[in-house]
Design a protein around this ligand. Structure first.
Ligand SMILES: Nc1ncnc2c1ncn2[C@@H]1O[C@H](COP(=O)(O)OP(=O)(O)OP(=O)(O)O)[C@@H](O)[C@H]1O
Ligand SMILES: [Mg+2]
Length: 628
């Protein structure tokens, strides 16, 4: 497959972080209700976090030192002054502290559970949306992309959003609320010591801005490099037979290592940036701590600040500066999530390349006449455009078999691609029963086709599942009938598990000819009006070919068929032959008419026949052995 430019975000047009986050937030709309519940739980749980420190102050100042206390708490804990015993008061304080703390812990747990559920549900939906988008994309789009990279976007990048939703929302809101509440409490308690402890925070703001500008490109690069790794892995595993047969394991391992190293380097750059950032926040925190003790101690000696207050401040100091490391963590998470979301949105935003016409209709029944009318086509739309088909007009009458022949690369498979509307012609029209394919809804259009290719793709499922792939509700009798018609029943029943046999990845446990017959059975069961056969017998042995041709003969009966082939045995079955050379029709007629042509077809046929030993003519097309 030719490499074309991959999906890359155009930096000048790429949305800002803010826009990405906004869009991410909008995609969370179906979960707003549950997020609101989680946040309510979160807010309800905050007293559990803040209350104990006030109790510490109360215990120190009111119960132990007995001065400079917290009067409202005294009134509350002593049941309006009814408890005087200090030990009893201590017990009540501890009981309250414990109760409030525990309720906070409980609500917090509920909240975390809820957010986790939301995140999982979101990821579940989101991943399916990405998949559906990918699946609805045109072949040409998918062929331009790297499969491994798309997998990495669908898997890794989507997962990256999960941790952002769970920890991000939780941390931003909970730390934000706690932080603000703490500021109110400490300022209300003593503004002088609070101000002294808080001013170093200004440094954090600048630190964060600097950090973000550094880290953003690093994380974007890291996501891209991970896509490269995934791509290399995917490609190497699918090409493992070639790699092994050419002894290229070492080289491929080196190339894989190079890809992983680039990812590693990007991640290390991220670690370096983070490591530079965190010590600075700790230094700022320590300065604040020093200021708090210094200024607090000063006022304590002066007599306007109590021991209990200092203990409380110390407890809250962690609350004031803890969020800075959280902020750093959350910020880090946001940057990662944005980098991931950017890649996912690029997939979701890729325009549909083959839109149906606005007036496209469903076509439940077709007669099956097709026509290419003055069709030109090129795969590339850009500057490197090379025309593959030039002004072709081909009539494919109902129920007839049309064979496309010609040298390799002349455009035969491309014509089949246009008939199936995997691509639209650059100019001219392709019609089915006289209707432009673009005016037929794609799903409805393709339901009238079956495609049998040279390389059959089987899913790693049971044989029966592969046969009824397009027809999940087919009965066992129908499956067997289709398999018999495809000359496949015999070899299937000889297998130990029969129709229940698992075929292995891409059908590795079956021979080429067996796979082909399963794909023919699949086409039988689909019972389409139009049949497209792309070199259906090219990858099978001559003896196996006979069984396949017999099966195809039965399949083609009564259907409109377009086939491409390099095998005279199959071409001779056609009613009409078109010879395509360099994207142009150079000869056309029945196989008999063309037999003695001086052009490509004549040479081809004579070559094919000349290579056949006259005495063993039968061996090429042996008597057909039908199974039923
Ligand atoms: N997906 C694609 N993107 C770009 N160019 C393509 C693509 N598929 C095929 N081509 C080009 O289009 C031309 C026609 O290819 P096509 O597959 O139709 O040939 P073919 O006649 O089926 O050949 P063969 O007999 O070898 O199967 C070739 O030059 C090929 O390089
Ligand atoms: Mg081809």
């Amino acid at each position: 497959m030719r490499r074309m430019p991959q999906m890359q975000e155009n930096p000048s047009a790429s949305p800002t972080n803010g826009q990405i986050l906004k869009r991410l937030w909008r995609s969370l709309r179906p979960y707003y209700g549950r997020i609101a519940i989680a946040l309510t739980l979160l807010i309800a749980s905050t007293p559990g976090e803040l209350f104990p420190a006030v109790v510490w102050r109360f215990v120190t100042d009111d119960i132990i030192i007995q001065k400079h206390g917290v009067p409202w708490m005294h009134a509350w804990f002593s049941f309006g002054g009814r408890i005087h015993d200090r030990f009893a008061l201590l017990l009540v304080s501890i009981a309250w502290m414990f109760a409030v703390y525990l309720s906070g812990e409980l609500l917090g747990t509920l909240e975390t559970w809820m957010l986790n559920r939301v995140a999982q549900a979101f990821i579940f939906d989101f991943r399916n949306v990405v998949y559906q988008k990918l699946q609805s994309q045109s072949l040409s789009y998918l062929q331009r992309q790297r499969i491994g990279d798309l997998m990495s976007r669908t898997m890794g990048d989507v997962d990256e959003l999960k941790s952002f939703i769970v920890n991000g929302i939780d941390s931003i809101v909970s730390d934000g609320i706690l932080w603000l509440a703490t500021i109110v409490i400490v300022f209300w308690s003593d503004w002088r010591v609070s101000a002294a402890s808080l001013w170093p925070m200004i440094g954090v703001y600048f630190l964060l801005r600097y950090f973000n500008s550094k880290i953003r490109p690093i994380y974007t690069a890291a996501r891209e490099r991970l896509g490269d790794v995934s791509n290399r892995l995917q490609e190497n595993l699918s090409g493992i037979v070639i790699i092994k047969s050419f002894n290229r394991e070492k080289e491929e391992a080196a190339r894989f290592e190079e890809a992983t190293r680039k990812y590693y380097d990007a991640e290390v750059r991220g670690i370096n940036a983070r490591n530079l950032y965190f010590p600075f926040t700790r230094i700022i925190g320590f300065i604040s701590n020093v200021c708090m003790i210094g200024v607090g101690g000063y006022y304590m000696i002066q007599g306007s600040f109590s021991v209990g207050e200092l203990i409380m401040f110390r407890a809250y100091w962690w609350r004031l500066y803890g969020p800075i490391s959280t902020l750093a963590r959350v910020n880090d998470m946001v940057q990662r999530a944005v980098a991931a979301a950017r890649r996912i949105f690029a997939v979701l935003d890729a325009p549909e390349e083959l839109p149906d016409n606005a007036d496209a209709v469903d076509l439940p029944n077709v007669v099956g006449a097709m026509r290419l009318d003055n069709v030109s086509f090129s795969y590339d739309r850009g500057e490197r455009r090379t025309t593959v088909l030039h002004d072709l007009t081909i009539d494919i009458p109902v129920g007839k078999t049309v064979a496309l022949c010609g040298p390799s690369g002349s455009g035969k498979s491309t014509i089949l691609n246009l008939l199936l509307r995997f691509y639209d012609p650059t100019s001219g029209v392709v019609t089915l029963d006289g209707i432009d394919l673009r005016s037929i809804r794609r799903g409805s259009l393709r339901s009238h086709f079956a495609l049998v290719q040279q390389e059959t793709f089987l899913f790693n499922d049971r044989i029966i599942d592969n046969i009824r792939y397009g027809h999940a509700d087919a009965t066992m009798e129908q499956v067997i009938a289709a398999a018999k018609a495809a000359n496949a029943h015999g070899f299937i029943t000889q297998m130990r598990d029969g129709y229940e046999t698992i075929v292995g990845e891409r059908g590795v446990r079956l021979s080429g000819g067996q796979k082909q017959r399963i794909s023919i059975a699949r086409a039988f069961l689909a019972n389409p009006q139009i049949l497209l056969l792309d070199e259906p017998t090219s990858s099978v042995e001559p003896d196996s070919e006979a069984a396949i041709i017999a099966a195809l003969d039965r399949l083609m009966a009564g259907r409109t068929t377009v086939l491409t082939s390099h095998r005279p045995s199959l071409i001779n079955q056609a009613d009409q032959v078109f010879v395509i050379e360099d994207g142009r029709i150079t000869e056309q007629g029945t196989p008999r008419e063309l037999h003695d042509s001086t052009g490509w077809f004549g040479k081809f046929i004579r070559f094919a026949e000349g290579t056949i030993d006259k005495d063993s003519d039968e061996a090429v097309v042996p008597p057909l052995q039908l199974e039923d």
